[in-house]
Design a binder for this molecule. Structure first.
Ligand SMILES: *Cc1c(COP(=O)(O)O)cnc(C)c1O
Length: 376
């Protein structure tokens, strides 16, 4: 599956598809019996490579795949993926063609998309499946609950639009159970209203990783995990609730090594000055690869199973670390920026906390310049 790579820079994102399978099964085990899985593979499967990840999930029998934008769905179809694909972000600029041409299912919440979809379906003498989204408190996408009945009335006027699913989205991870509960109740009301209007559909879905871990009953008939499939957690408080294996290891090798006297400034702006004679290693990875500049004088990496601190500013293409306290380090030694080495591990959540972000962003940041290498 791996394309020919030049034996150049050793910076890679190693993707362990067995770990993906492990996480998939862990999530599956916790779901109520009636719930199927929609695996969210948007943003290039959170940086892991959408096509290889989706192929693995397809083999595991996943019910549905979820992407954010139509282009991502098209990429999967071109990669040979046959599983139904839901485009969570809806239809942009009235662009309905790819939904028909590539068999993508849109999430609908705008009335203007309805007529366009219906007209195109008529032209092609086809029906199109859609999922309708109601806003129950996230405040981002979805028909406001007060307009939900009105929206449904519009939708059922179009005979070639087939309602296959109803969905909403939770906004709280674990912050406020009452809010989450109210969102669930509103969703139930929205579903009942649809039933009263004669709409019944197989997929009712609302829960992403966080809620399906804490309150599996809120998974409805289709759970929508993303982050946990990749072995990361919505935040560290979820770590004890479900065992997961990180899928991505971000690694490189030492590119340059030098012994410098005390008082030597390291990297741009001279923000770090050695206090002792120091062994400084230069790593061929920088913020252009998604190794955040916020890790300047702050991050840590693993070398020989031990932690080495990032010293000085992270540059676009290089990062400097202090390896004085690690015995027998040489050029070419393996460096783990995220992942396990020996007994220690640097998780996406650990990096996230250091850069004041979330594991999601840490994974998505890993750039195009870093080849993904697949392991199974
Ligand atoms: C991204 C996304 C998900 C997956 O969320 P995770 O927290 O990664 O599990 C589910 N539903 C929608 C609508 C999303 O946008």
């Amino acid at each position: 599956m791996e394309k020919t790579r030049y034996s150049g820079r050793p910076t890679i994102g190693e993707v362990n598809l067995r770990a993906l399978e492990f996480n998939y099964r862990q999530i599956q085990k916790r779901l109520p019996e009636e719930a199927k899985l929609l695996a969210v593979v948007k943003a290039d499967a959170y940086g892991h490579g959408a096509v290889p990840v989706s192929r693995t999930l397809e083999k595991l029998g996943v019910e549905y795949l979820g992407v954010a934008i139509p282009e991502e769905g098209v990429e999967l179809r071109r990669g040979g993926i046959k599983t139904p694909i839901l485009v969570l972000g809806g239809i942009f600029e009235g662009e309905v063609d790819p939904f028909f041409r590539f068999h993508l299912t849109p999430v609908l919440f705008r009335k203007d998309s309805l007529k366009l979809l219906s007209r195109e379906a008529e032209k092609r003498k086809k029906k199109i499946k859609v999922h309708l989204k109601v806003d129950t408190g996230m405040g981002r996408l979805g028909v406001p609950f007060s307009l939900w009945g009105d929206f449904l009335k519009e939708v059922i006027r179009f005979p070639n639009i087939e309602i296959e699913g109803l969905l909403s989205h939770f906004s709280m991870m674990d912050e406020e159970r009452r809010y989450t509960h109210n969102q669930w109740k509103t969703f139930q009301k929205a579903v009942r209203l649809a039933h009263k209007m004669g709409i019944s559909c197989p997929y009712l879905h609302m829960a992403s990783s966080a809620i399906l871990t804490t309150i599996p009953a809120y998974a409805g008939t289709l759970a929508r995990p993303g982050i946990m499939l990749y072995g990361a957690y919505p935040s560290s408080i979820f770590r004890d609730l479900i065992p997961l294996k990180p899928v991505m290891t971000l690694k490189t090798r030492i590119h340059f090594l030098k012994l410098v006297p005390p008082g030597t400034r390291i990297s741009y702006g001279g923000t770090f000055t050695t206090k002792r004679e120091s062994l400084i290693a230069t790593l061929p990875i920088g913020y252009a690869d998604g190794y955040s500049r916020h890790l300047s004088n702050h991050g840590e990496v693993l070398i020989h199973g031990k932690r080495a601190p990032v010293v000085g500013r992270v540059c676009m293409d290089f990062t400097t670390v202090d390896v004085t306290d690690i015995p027998r380090v040489s050029i070419g030694d393996e460096v783990i920026l995220m992942g396990r080495q020996g007994k220690d591990q640097i998780s996406a959540e650990e990096i996230a906390e250091k850069i004041n972000s979330i594991s999601y962003e840490v994974l998505c940041l890993i750039g195009k310049r870093v080849p993904r290498v697949y392991k199974n």
